[in-house]
Ligand binder design. Structure first.
Ligand code: ATP
Ligand code: MG
Length: 463
């Protein structure tokens, strides 16, 4: 049993080890086994038959409770990594500091199994996976500790397959019922330990249309600047999830109102402060992201240059006022260089690849031309021959949709997206999704080769 001071250090929740969980019987909750991945169930049964305690955990339980289809099914158990490796021949150990076992199934599916832990890796060390491997006795914990080391109450639920109950140590079920996002423990301390949790709060609030609990919100407002201390790679991963998650408009509202957006993207500072709720920049951003959400909800992945251009256009427009200027083609070229230089100056901290910046500047600088040609419905041959014609056309159509124009045809987007993806895949190397859910899996850039900012994939990311 951990001491009170250890627990306080880890989670800021004193005496939680006395906490009896709330057990929600099968008759009182909506989670049905038939919605749980077959392979995840196999892993749970195998662990049980070997005498271990094993639960479905985290986002999977949350999403099942809400009637959504989980992106992945994670399992936590009292079995140690070595025991897991013996139990599951078709598995491997991953992660440096916090070791996880990935169990492989046919078709490339992977179920991740972790041993109950005392603390999140982000409650200690650099949080960027570069720290030393921790001694086992410093890592493993009990179910109650594993629940309290998690970020949000709604992400801390366990589902077990003996009696099909939900085990709730933190009040997550009540928060799910009421639609509340609440950081577990003392929000100030949990945020200070890992500022990325602020981004996770607004993500889950936006995604589920939940309210953010007062103390959690106040702590975010107060500690938002701390996000700057986090490695850009983590911020990038979280930001990408948000842009691609289908609720980016609601996310942007919360990111602006909490001040987090300006912390990550300071160049928006003069244009997007929270008190200018009616600003044209804010409106343009929200309108553009609404289009991205519509498309992502259909399972189509918007190419990263177009997605990032949608996010940056309101800033570029606020500074340069190009869209409605009747630019000539030579001017568009000149402005594209200017935009690139602007990005170089203002986005340096985000390490965006040069090619991506070039692409974004082409998309945004040509918007004015495409708007003009679309009015006259005449598309000059020289423009149609350009390599960037299709992307610019798609970008223009998305912009037009955001302004109340025609909806962009989904098949056009899908074909351009497929085209772009094909260009990025190098021949001879087949990529495997870490989770093994194939191309339809989550659009997390940590699993993409280059990430949304065209950054190199960073070494292991574990929770
Ligand atoms: P998604 O549907 O986006 O995958 P998720 O909640 O499953 O949502 P993951 O990033 O897959 O998000 O994380 C899995 C679980 O790990 C979370 O549900 C939460 O319990 C825990 N977790 C993730 N990030 C943190 C963090 N920074 N601090 C503490 N716990 C975390
Ligand atoms: Mg998940």
């Amino acid at each position: 049993m951990p001491t009170a001071s250890e627990i306080e250090k880890n989670t800021s929740v004193q005496h939680f080890y006395d906490t009896a969980p709330r057990i929600i019987p099968r008759s009182d909750h909506p989670i049905s086994r038939k919605n749980i991945d077959r392979e995840a169930l196999k892993v749970l049964y195998r662990l049980r038959d070997a005498g271990h305690v094993a639960f479905l955990v985290g986002g999977g339980v949350r999403d099942l409770y809400l009637g959504k289809t989980p992106k992945d099914f994670d399992i936590s158990t009292d079995a140690r990594p070595g025991q897991l490796r013996k139990l599951f021949k078709n598995s491997r150990l991953i992660g440096r500091r916090f070791r996880l076992v990935q169990v492989f199934f046919r078709g490339g599916k992977i179920i991740e199994v972790s041993t109950f832990r005392k603390r999140s890796e982000f409650d200690e060390g650099n949080g960027d996976g570069t720290d030393k491997v921790l001694a086992a006795n410093n890592t493993f914990g009990s179910p109650v500790e594993d629940a309290f080391r998690r970020d949000l109450t709604i992400n801390s639920l366990f589902y077990e397959i003996q009696n099909f109950t939900i085990i709730d140590y933190t009040g997550g079920v009540e928060d799910l019922d009421k639609g509340i996002i609440r950081i577990i423990g003392n929000p100030e301390r949990r945020i200070t330990r890992d500022p990325v949790r602020m981004m996770r709060v607004i993500r889950h609030a936006a995604r589920n249309n939940f309210a953010i609990e007062d103390n959690t919100w106040r702590a975010i407002r107060e500690h938002r600047e701390k996000l700057r201390l986090c490695p850009v790679s983590r911020i990038r991963d979280e930001f990408t999830k948000d842009l691609r998650g289908g609720a980016s408009k609601s996310w942007a509202k919360l990111a602006i109102d909490s001040g987090l957006l300006v912390v990550v993207f300071p160049f928006y500072e003069n244009h997007l402060t929270e008190d200018v709720s009616s600003s044209t920049t804010r409106k343009l951003l929200l309108d553009l992201l609404a289009v991205a959400d519509r498309i992502h909800k259909h399972g189509i992945k918007i190419p990263e240059d177009i997605l990032l251009a949608l996010f940056l256009l309101p800033w570029i427009e606020a500074e340069m006022h190009l869209i409605d200027a009747d630019l000539k083609s030579s001017e568009a070229y000149r402005y594209s260089r200017e935009i690139r230089e602007k990005m170089n100056r203002n986005l340096e901290h985000l390490s965006i690849k040069r090619g991506l910046k070039e692409s974004i500047s082409t998309l945004t600088a040509n918007l004015s031309l495409f708007r003009q040609f679309s009015k006259s419905k005449k598309w000059p041959k020289w423009l149609r021959r350009k390599s960037y014609y299709n992307s610019c056309m798609l970008f223009f159509r998305m912009y037009r949709e955001s302004q109340g124009g025609h909806r962009v045809d989904l098949s056009t987007i899908a074909s351009i997206a497929a085209d772009t993806a094909a260009k990025h895949v190098k021949p001879g190397r087949k990529r495997k999704n870490r989770r093994g859910y194939g191309g339809g899996g989550p659009a997390f850039t940590s699993k993409n080769r280059n990430g949304i900012f065209g950054l190199k994939k960073r070494p292991g990311k574990r929770k």
